[in-house]
Design a protein around this ligand. Sequence first.
Ligand code: FE
Ligand code: FE
Ligand code: ZN
Length: 286
Amino acid sequence: MAIFRADYHVHLENGPYTSEWLESFLEFARRGGLQELGFSEHLHDFYEGQEVAGRWWEGDSDSVEREYAERWWRARPRYSLDAYVAFIQAYRERSDLPLRLGLEVDYFPGQEEALHRLLAAYPLDFVLGSVHWLGAWGFDHLDRLERWQAHDVDMAFRQYFDLLGKAARSGLFDIMAHPDLIKLAGYRPSYDLKPLYEEAARAFAEGGVAVEVSTAGLYRPVREIYPAEPFLLLCREYDVPIVISSDAHRPEEVGRDREAAVALARRCGYTRVCRFLRREREEVRL
Ligand code: FE
Ligand code: FE
Ligand code: ZN
């Protein structure tokens, strides 16, 4: 059996939905020897996604974060979800490289039903579940990482892993994206993370989700793959399957540093990765 190479975390959001822009991503995928390419636009970039999420920032008592969150969120949508789905579906008919239709979706507790209905209405191949917000605080916004100084690091890590576990058990997602994203700015809690890693690994197993080994973290202040090695080891112990992803936002980022992620996965005992089609998962050789 041949080794399977795919990238299921790729964003077209920095360009238009045109053949030229999409083709530039395919070019790098072919060059990197990928056999499948999965697009994962952020649901919040579509009008439909904004509607489903509602005013999720409102419960936070921090008015600085609330105001920023609302402004940022409201400025995002540029397309309808229908247009994105139609664009990828039409292109996959004539693409030599198999394409997969995905979405990256923020988890906000309380919206499960509405979100489930929306996701079920589209012929998606996979859904990435993400935690980017703790209350109204978008902790991964690179242009305002200084906001970390206004927040309690110990609490942020606890809150993050709590949401991540809830997201994994929600039944909404196929793959948990960048599973320890909370470390990106380089801040570390004062306590040992192992119990939180273990709880998360258990939630992944019980929620039936796969987990991403994402090289994007290598390009953040933390300079480390998501998840950290001890975390991935626990995922392996709990039999949580993986995918290897780049979180590319530019064509040249597709599949980048894949070898480093493969090496980490192998060190942790993985010999297989997942392949997705119409939200069905199959495990194939890594
Ligand atoms: Fe993300
Ligand atoms: Fe992403
Ligand atoms: Zn993104």
